[in-house]
Design a protein around this ligand. Sequence first.
Ligand SMILES: [Zn+2]
Length: 379
Amino acid sequence: MPGPLSVRRLASILGGALALASGAVTAELTQAATRPAENALVTEGLVPEGLVPDADPSPENSAPTPEPREASVALEVPPAPPREESGSQSDAPPSWPTSADAVSSNLRDGRIITGATAHRFILFTFDDGPDVRYTRDLLDALDEADVHALFFLTTRRFEDRTPYAQGLAAIAREIVARGHRVGSHSMDHVQLPLVSTPDLATQVDASASIIEREIGVLPALIRPPGGSRSPRIDLYLASHGYTQVLWNLGTGDVQVRSADAVLDTFRRVLEVRERQHGERGGIVLLHDIHGWSVEAFPRIVAYLDRKNCELLEAGEELYDFVDDPAFFYEARREGDAADAIADATIPDEVIASRQIHARARAALRCEDTAALDAIIAGG
Ligand SMILES: [Zn+2]
């Protein structure tokens, strides 16, 4: 891509990163997030890039005709969550899933989920995989931590029938078999606003079809590479039934090279998010294509478990490892724009019942805080 584009992208990244906060700590954090990409390939930094200049904003391309996806849905897809009308009964049951759904197919209404929450919900997401070197180790670590995560798969590598591609597909199937969710992360990890509307059929829809072919589930969730969006992309994704999952707890793991640095960045971002935005939990971004990220994961969990020991003592809400973006999501209402952001309101009774489980977990893990401290330290 020519130079001017890189300059615009840099400005965009800076703008997004600075939106995180203005303090000295985050000014330091943003240093790592300001590396411009050489071309349309992007990496995920501390914060999503957000709206970026669109390469194809022409009106005729801005309102794609929705294609019926139901025809290719292999699994039984539940209807969209009920849309709350003013005056409707307020005692309707909560609309998020109570059982595991590998693709969160109930979230098919085009919302944009940022992870912002006042509650201490923590959802781990892993992008760019699977990876033959690290993903199985990560799955073992997830089991060990009793945490379920959400994986956003980049799908070009599944396309051919080489042994390598088949090996990746087998790992992807194992991700689902072991109770985790999957979403699409595009075919080629490109910045979607730079993709022409006709080519979105490849980057978005064909990518989802590959996941369906190899894993047997058609994803409803997509994470746009880099978190890059535009009004055209928002409209395209919403009209094709994809819900975008962004993140608010970046770890900078693409920019650093050690588990120590990933853990340190996570701690600081968590602290800044709470202090400056009132967000006490959120969606954590990691990449299972990096050894240091997979190494950092159990240390991050131990860090949160360790904090829970103090919160338990103080009688406060505990960090709660959730396994579904529905905890950050509210159903799109009739007439909502394609770029409507979902801010979930979770009923008190749901929080209370989950906190019972979180306290039971903490009571167990806090029996040996020295062991937690050793994990945090990387021992
Ligand atoms: Zn990515």
